[in-house]
Design a protein around this ligand. Sequence first.
Ligand code: FAD
Length: 490
Amino acid sequence: MRILEEEALGGSLDATGSAEQGFSMRGSRMFGAAYELMYELLSHIPSLDDPDKSVAQDTLDFWVEAPWNDKARLVEHGRIVDAAAFGLANKDRVDLIGFMLRGEEVLGARRIDECFDAHFFATNFWFMWRSMFGFETWHSAAELRRYLLRFLRLFPDLPTLRIIQSTRYNGRDSIVRPIVRWLERQGVRFDVGVQVTDLDFEAVADGRQAVRRIRATRAGAPADIELGDGDLVIVTLGSMTADATAGTMAAPPPPVQRRSGAWALWERLAAKSPAFGRPAVFCGDVERTKWVTFTVTHTDDRLVRRIERFSDSPAGQGGLVTLKDSSWGLTFHLFHPPAYAGQPPGTQVWWGYGLFADRAGDFVAKTMPACTGAEILTEVISHLGWRDELPALLEGARCIPCLLPYTTSQFMPRAPGDRPPVVPPGTVNLAFVGQYVEIPDNVVYTVEYSIHSAALAVATLLGAPQRVPAAYRGLEHPNALIAAIKRLVD
Ligand SMILES: Cc1cc2nc3c(=O)[nH]c(=O)nc-3n(C[C@H](O)[C@H](O)[C@H](O)COP(=O)(O)OP(=O)(O)OC[C@H]3O[C@@H](n4cnc5c(N)ncnc54)[C@H](O)[C@@H]3O)c2cc1C
């Protein structure tokens, strides 16, 4: 088996840098009990720190050692808001419950803001939901409905985030490196630096098509791969972290330029058959899908201790802090040290993001993509009300901003057929995986979705699709549904 990868193994689950240069990751991750296939997969992968323990067990142990208990979930004008009060009016409650019980087909390609009144978008419930999962008002209503039903069990813990689990280290150190090592031991070959540009098909029996050649380049030179009978091809369509750029404390991230193969490959395939989906629905409006995330490294603990005191939680246990009055829609969280394998003792790392890349800041009069790391940090510290202490709190900090052009592309409103099925009709040896395939009831922007797509791809191509469980269907769990509705009307 060969895996072709143009950039770095692990894709969105990246983490780079050093204490001196500043650590950096494009995304940080929250998991939970709903991630059934992810835990099943990780239960077979030995952890790097202790090979007698699986990565799944290590993650659950870490949850017991350092659980989240958010006491500052929402902050406004530098003060902690009572997030237990969802702030829903009766009309919002009726709209929300009706929305969850409605069929997905009724929603079609409608946007979220077509389904609720303006008041709903000013509630604590919406501020917590949108910041936790990355929803914007222009995103897919059908996807929001899937999320509400998938995460029913979260409703009572929405302000405290107590049921959220995370890996001991970042995604690369805790998930990618152990999986790569395990796969290498199974004889899997990794070809890094290879960009797949196209697939050549040949007609076979019953009017169906087989992939006979993978078109690829390595360092600009052709690196095509001929396929024989019995070869299977599994392709990741698109990528939410394609074409990302990183800035520094003193420079904003360079502007976005199309260079990766992820979207170009899907566009070439989609031009060959309508059964391969419509990539433009997801990658065609960068202004609507881009975000800036940022990773902050300190070699002293001044700012982190200040945040710990403010949020009444030790680093790594306070969960998400959303600055409700931030025009950028800022949210951040402190990592439990060490967040990187090998992170020097005394070094602190935290991470954040803004939902609105097109708005000027409240203290820094620029949009987030135009800001240096120092300016982003200034905006966060000013929102917390500590402007007087800025010089001391900024001293020695390294804030690395990262511009992600497609990070919410998977949430764009979609209609049937925009996302292809995992195994496209009319093909015999091809499957699609990732965030842009259609899997009934499951939710994108999750590692679970990608793993589900991979499980379906392998099982279907090998003739045993029934071996992959269906996604959790909230409507079939009346106890969870009633508990969630009860919390909404409390
Ligand atoms: C800011 C952020 C926060 C997130 N938070 C969470 C969270 O809390 N919980 C959660 O579960 N998930 C979260 N996610 C989502 C999760 O990280 C992704 O859904 C998941 O990692 C996607 O994995 P993937 O392998 O399908 O795709 P990708 O990560 O996009 O990987 C695809 C890989 O394929 C390579 N590739 C693509 N096309 C080609 C080609 N043509 N030739 C060669 N190589 C190619 C790419 O270089 C890439 O390495 C978050 C993501 C981000 C960005």
